[in-house]
Design a protein around this ligand. Structure first.
Ligand SMILES: NC(=O)c1ccc[n+]([C@@H]2O[C@H](COP(=O)([O-])OP(=O)(O)OC[C@H]3O[C@@H](n4cnc5c(N)ncnc54)[C@H](OP(=O)(O)O)[C@@H]3O)[C@@H](O)[C@H]2O)c1
Length: 340
């Protein structure tokens, strides 16, 4: 059988027990030009919450009754396709289920073996969040040596990598924004940022000014809302504001709060630009090469937050919104699926 998690109701606010249902369907059989994949690990990403809304996005909403859309990794157990061999560890859109078919509509990437990296590290640093951090900073953010960089969501999968790439490439100062003293300490002590500000404390805009008195050259925004506003009030001339994510708004799409400080973009002749990592799919290898090199050199600290069991995927998703995750959130569906 194939255990699957389907969308039962569109959530209003956070995902709860009425949002999804665990169902059992027959295991799919492998037809011509298809490969059957046993899912090992799911990448839990905030964007999954946006796909649950019946709202315009960069992909269509997940339909009611459809398996929750998600990327992940698995092992090929049977193949009628020249692209895949049994035993290959592959990455692609697994969705929240135990078995998935690869075919022309749903292509997977065969992951190289012998990289000296485990599957969780690959899904973190060489996966969506690491690549997002890389292109968001270097391409959208037009980062230059000597820049002052501020990153929200700094203790998370994307933010922690942004700050470390900026440091490695010669940022003058890298400041994180995160929730609570424990996460702020982690951002400075583990990830090597120069400072980290707790957004739960008052007067964030003033504290940003104290930490970055000459202004922010690159603000990498993972959060949106009031935190984006506080950063905008501190941008430097010709600043680049990178709109990567707006997690503070995803549970509240109908009551999203406006950003009021956009006039600072005029005063500082600054640029604010959103992007989706898929825009860079033809260049993923460029990011992966640099990030893998940093991991091997010991200059990129990474942390994975593993949640075991397909049935816990909805709880894992909610961790991203409560801040209960430390580093990249992954669900282990089958712990035996590993890279050699
Ligand atoms: N544009 C793209 O292509 C792309 C690709 C990947 C990710 N993203 C975006 O990047 C952001 C980070 O994703 P991720 O996968 O790396 O997740 P993550 O940072 O590992 O986890 C999400 C973090 O967001 C913080 N957060 C949650 N609610 C918040 C709120 N109301 N205010 C402030 N912070 C809040 C929490 O940290 P604290 O404990 O510090 O509050 C939580 O740990 C998301 O917005 C995501 O949508 C965009």
């Amino acid at each position: 059988m194939n255990r699957q998690i389907i969308l039962a109701n569109r959530p209003v606010g956070a995902v709860d027990s009425t949002t999804t249902t665990l169902v059992e369907s027959p295991r799919p059989s492998c037809g011509p030009d298809q490969a059957l994949i046993k899912v090992g690990m799911l990448s839990i990403d905030p964007t999954i919450r946006t796909w649950m809304n019946d709202a315009p996005g960069y992909l269509p909403p997940i339909g009611i009754g459809d398996v929750i859309r998600s990327s992940g990794a698995g092992v090929v157990v049977e193949s009628n396709s020249s692209r895949y061999n049994p035993g290959d560890i592959v990455y692609g859109m697994t969705n929240w289920q135990e078995w998935v078919l690869a075919d022309d509509q749903n292509k997977f990437t065969v992951l190289p073996q012998g990289m000296g990296l485990d599957l969780a590290t690959v899904l973190n640093v060489l996966g969506v969040t690491g690549i997002t951090a890389y292109f968001g900073l270097t391409d959208v953010g037009q980062f230059h040596e000597g820049d002052v960089v501020v990153v929200s969501g700094a203790a998370g999968a994307t933010g922690s990598v942004v700050g470390q790439i900026a440091k490695a490439r010669g940022a003058r100062r890298v400041v994180g924004i995160a929730g609570g003293p424990e996460k702020c300490a982690e951002v400075v002590e583990s990830y090597g940022f120069d400072d980290c500000l707790d957004y739960r404390e008052p007067h964030l805009a003033r504290r940003l000014h104290e930490s970055c008195p000459e202004g922010i050259d690159v603000y990498f925004d993972n959060v949106g809302g009031e935190i984006l506003d506080a950063a905008l009030s501190n941008i430097a001339m010709r600043a680049r504001v990178v709109l990567c994510g707006a997690i503070s708004q995803y549970n509240e799409m109908k009551n999203a709060r406006g950003v009021t400080n956009t006039s600072m973009l005029i005063m500082r002749r600054a640029r604010m630009e959103g992007f989706i990592v898929l825009d860079y799919s033809s260049r993923f290898a460029e990011a992966q090469l640099e990030l893998a090199g940093m991991v091997h050199a010991g200059s990129l600290v990474h942390r994975e937050h593993l949640v075991t069991g397909l049935e816990h995927a909805p709880d894992a998703l909610n961790l991203l919104f409560t801040g209960g995750n430390h580093g990249k959130t992954l669900v282990v569906v089958d712990e035996d699926v590993q890279l050699g």
